[in-house]
Design a protein around this ligand. Structure first.
Ligand SMILES: NC(=O)c1ccc[n+]([C@@H]2O[C@H](COP(=O)([O-])OP(=O)(O)OC[C@H]3O[C@@H](n4cnc5c(N)ncnc54)[C@H](OP(=O)(O)O)[C@@H]3O)[C@@H](O)[C@H]2O)c1
Length: 198
């Protein structure tokens, strides 16, 4: 990923459709079996679908109970595009986060449901993602946590659990996009996320 403004390529220089054509060519040539996108809004997906020969199989976006992205999930389901949920645990203990960042795994709703199901808070938010038919990708370098996260597949949340977790949605981004929008670069937070335009 580029770090300085002049290394970011503006979309009017290389439009997304052109990049996608290159990815489609890789698929056609058998160089890859699956192609998808990341951080695409409904607006960007709609535009891509106008010209795509092969539809994106997956859209990987930040998603957890504080950023449920219901509209995007509904759109992707209708278009048969799978959704991968990154940062599904809310990056607990990350030194990169501002001190006032919400600690998802400590929310009373999350810890309360964990107690009810005799599981961990991490397993609750991963089960929430899977119950919505999205694919959470928690990162861990700790073997015990890797197993814990995999075991979240056996947690069965109730409709009431889901409603409580859904009520936490506050459109909070842990990955706010500022490192993609250095001053003098072609991207702004508005044109990066473009959530109010589609
Ligand atoms: N496409 C994109 O633009 C994009 C952007 C950001 C992230 N991602 C991807 O999303 C994946 C995960 O996101 P992320 O790393 O930002 O956030 P995350 O998975 O929500 O959080 C990772 C942190 O959670 C800890 N952790 C893991 N399992 C835990 C558990 N069961 N209980 C408590 N803590 C636990 C990890 O610590 P330990 O490792 O010490 O166990 C690590 O510090 C990564 O593969 C990343 O590459 C994609």
């Amino acid at each position: 990923m580029p770090h300085v403004a002049e290394n970011f390529i503006p979309l009017d220089e290389v439009p997304i459709a052109e990049t996608w054509e290159g990815m489609e060519a890789c698929l056609d040539a058998g160089l890859t079996r699956h192609i998808g996108v990341s951080n695409f809004s409904v607006k960007k997906l709609r535009k891509l679908l106008q010209t795509a020969r092969h539809r994106p199989e997956m859209n990987q976006v930040e998603m957890h109970p504080l950023l449920a992205q219901n509209k995007l999930v509904t759109f992707c389901k209708a278009e048969k595009i799978h959704v991968t949920a990154y940062t599904p645990l809310g990056r607990p203990a990350s030194p990169d986060l501002p001190p006032n960042a919400p600690h998802l795994l400590s929310y009373a709703v999350v810890t309360g449901i964990a107690e009810l199901h005799d599981c961990t808070p991490a397993q609750v938010v991963l089960a929430w993602a899977m119950e919505r038919d999205t694919a959470p990708i928690p990162k861990s370098v700790t073997p015990k946590r890797l197993k814990e996260n995999l075991d979240s597949q056996i947690v069965q949340l109730t409709a009431d659990d889901m409603a409580q977790l859904n009520s936490l949605d506050r459109h909070y981004r842990y990955v706010d996009g500022t490192f993609w929008t250095p001053s003098g670069g072609p991207y702004t937070l508005a044109n990066l996320w473009d959530e109010n335009e589609g």
